[in-house]
Design a protein around this ligand. Structure first.
Ligand code: S3P
Length: 176
C-alpha cells in the first residue's frame, strides 16, 4: 500500500510526506522532483519552455509508474488529482490524503517563492482563490483530509500517522 499526499501548493506535502515516510520506513517520492530530474529542467523552466501540457503528461506517466510500486509515500504536485486517470492509478494501491489550507495561509507561505509558475501573476492571492475554487471538488474527493493552517509539517505528519495507523492497523503491526 502507498500513501499519497495531495493538496494545493504550499500545504506542506513534500516535507510532511518526508516525515511520514521516515517514520513508517516507507520510501519517499516527490513527483515534481522526478519530473525535474527526467527533463533536467526546473518546473518553472518546463512550464516556460515545454508548456504545461508536456508537464502534465510526464507527471501522469510518473504517477502511473509509481502506482505499481508498494510502500511509498508519494507527494504529488498540487494539480495531479485534477486528472481522473491519475486518481484511478493512485487508488489502485493507495490512500489519497489531502492537505488543506486557506487561501490567505497559502499566500503567506508562498509570497516570496518564485518556483510556482501558476502563481507568477499580477495578483497571486486572487489566483490562489480562483484555482482553489476550481479544484475544490477534486481535493474534497480524496480519502482523508487534514487542515494545516495552524500546524507545522511535523505536527501534521504526526496526526496523519496516528490516523493511518488506526485505519490500517494490520499494515503496521510491525511498527512500534
Ligand atoms: C502545481 C503544483 C506544483 C507543481 C506545478 C503545478 C499545481 O507542485 O506541480 O507548479 O498545478 O498546483 P506543488 O503543489 O508541490 O507546489
Amino acid at each position: 500500500m502507498n500513501f499519497i499526499l495531495t493538496g494545493f501548493m504550499g500545504t506542506g506535502k513534500t516535507k510532511t510526506g518526508q516525515i511520514i515516510a521516515d517514520k513508517l520506513k516507507f520510501q519517499f517520492i516527490d513527483t515534481d522532483s522526478l519530473v525535474e530530474s527526467k527533463v533536467k529542467l526546473s518546473i518553472g523552466e518546463i512550464f516556460e519552455n515545454l508548456g504545461e501540457k508536456f508537464f502534465r503528461e510526464l507527471e501522469s506517466e510518473i504517477i502511473k509508474d509509481m502506482s505499481q510500486k508498494d510502500r511509498l509515500v508519494i507527494s504529488c504536485g498540487g494539480g495531479a488529482v485534477l486528472d481522473f486517470q491519475n486518481i484511478k492509478n493512485l487508488h489502485k494501491n493507495g490512500v489519497i490524503i489531502n492537505l488543506k489550507a486557506t487561501s490567505e495561509t497559502i499566500f503567506e507561505r508562498l509570497k516570496d517563492d518564485n518556483t510556482r509558475p501558476l502563481l507568477k501573476c499580477q495578483n497571486p492571492l486572487e489566483k490562489i482563490k480562483e484555482l482553489l475554487s476550481v479544484r475544490k471538488l477534486a481535493y474534497e474527493n480524496c480519502d482523508l483530509s487534514f487542515s494545516t493552517d495552524f500546524l507545522t509539517e511535523a505536527e501534521t505528519a504526526e496526526i496523519i500517522i496516528e490516523k493511518i495507523k488506526f485505519l490500517y492497523l494490520n499494515l503496521f503491526e510491525s511498527i512500534k
